[in-house]
Design a binder for this molecule. Structure first.
Ligand SMILES: Nc1ncnc2c1ncn2[C@@H]1O[C@H](COP(=O)(O)OP(=O)(O)OP(=O)(O)O)[C@@H](O)[C@H]1O
Ligand SMILES: [Mg+2]
Length: 225
């Protein structure tokens, strides 16, 4: 078994405005490298909230979170987020006036790594474009791409800094079924082959079934099914 990548214990999250709602009531989740987990659940059950907390984008009210064996604290969230995590969202959040390659290199640029031709990051970006089937689109501005191509660009960008954990919130929510399956396959293959952990929120049961484990988030708790 690969090592534990993320361990969440008794995660609680309440919102107090405009109404008191306890969205998460003590969620436990452990995911190992190479393992994929699907989270399903009705709209408003708290799937995105959970993913944001697991991804250190939002704080829980109580509970413990550790990533790659390191307990997450306010002092180390930025470092952990930058070095260990990747996010893929339903809307792609690409920089539309930049090319596909420039978008994929953006995390490396933000981390102040060299990105010129021949650099490690540049080589890696080209490999990711190959893997996502976008080599022929490298120099296209992303606004010219189809939805599936945009999501593949977003995935290549998410993987550019070699994260340990990929968090995907309805990554195929805006795509047709066939394209959605391609996107899921890409994420699952990458997780499996490279020993990464993948946590994926989806409304599509067939896509959830492609994952190693699947959970329903209901009444603030995860139920494996
Ligand atoms: N910042 C906030 N303040 C108050 N309530 C919030 C806030 N963010 C989310 N909520 C509430 O928490 C609940 C869970 O929201 P969340 O977005 O996590 O649901 P979800 O399961 O991802 O739904 P969907 O399937 O529609 O994306 C909802 O009732 C939402 O209104
Ligand atoms: Mg959501």
């Amino acid at each position: 078994m690969n090592s534990v990548i993320i361990e969440a214990k008794k995660i609680v999250k309440k919102f107090t405005r405009p109404l008191d709602v306890e969205v998460l009531s003590g969620v436990d989740l452990t995911v190992h490298g190479g393992e994929s987990v699907a989270i399903m659940g009705r709209s408003g059950e708290g799937k995105s909230t959970l993913l944001q907390i697991l991804g250190t984008l939002e704080e829980s009210d109580s509970g413990d979170l550790s990533i790659a064996g390191i307990p997450v604290t306010p002092a180390n969230t930025t470092t952990i987020r930058r070095n260990r995590l990747a996010f893929v969202f339903q809307s792609y959040h690409l920089l539309e006036d930049y090319t596909v390659l420039e978008n994929v290199l953006m995390p490396a640029k933000i981390a102040r790594l060299p990105t010129h031709e021949g650099s490690e990051s540049h080589k890696r970006a080209l490999e990711l474009l190959e893997m996502t089937g976008l080599t022929h689109r490298a120099n296209f501005h992303t606004k010219l791409l189809s939805g599936g191509e945009k999501q593949r660009t977003a995935i290549a960008r998410a993987l550019c800094n070699d994260p340990d954990l990929i968090l995907a919130d309805e990554p195929s929510g805006n795509l047709d079924e066939e394209t959605a399956a391609i996107i899921h396959d890409l994420l699952l293959t990458f997780a499996k082959n490279k020993g990464k952990a993948l946590i994926l929120v989806t409304h599509h049961l067939p896509l959830a079934e492609m994952c190693d484990r699947k959970f329903n988030l209901h009444s603030g708790l995860l139920h494996q099914f």
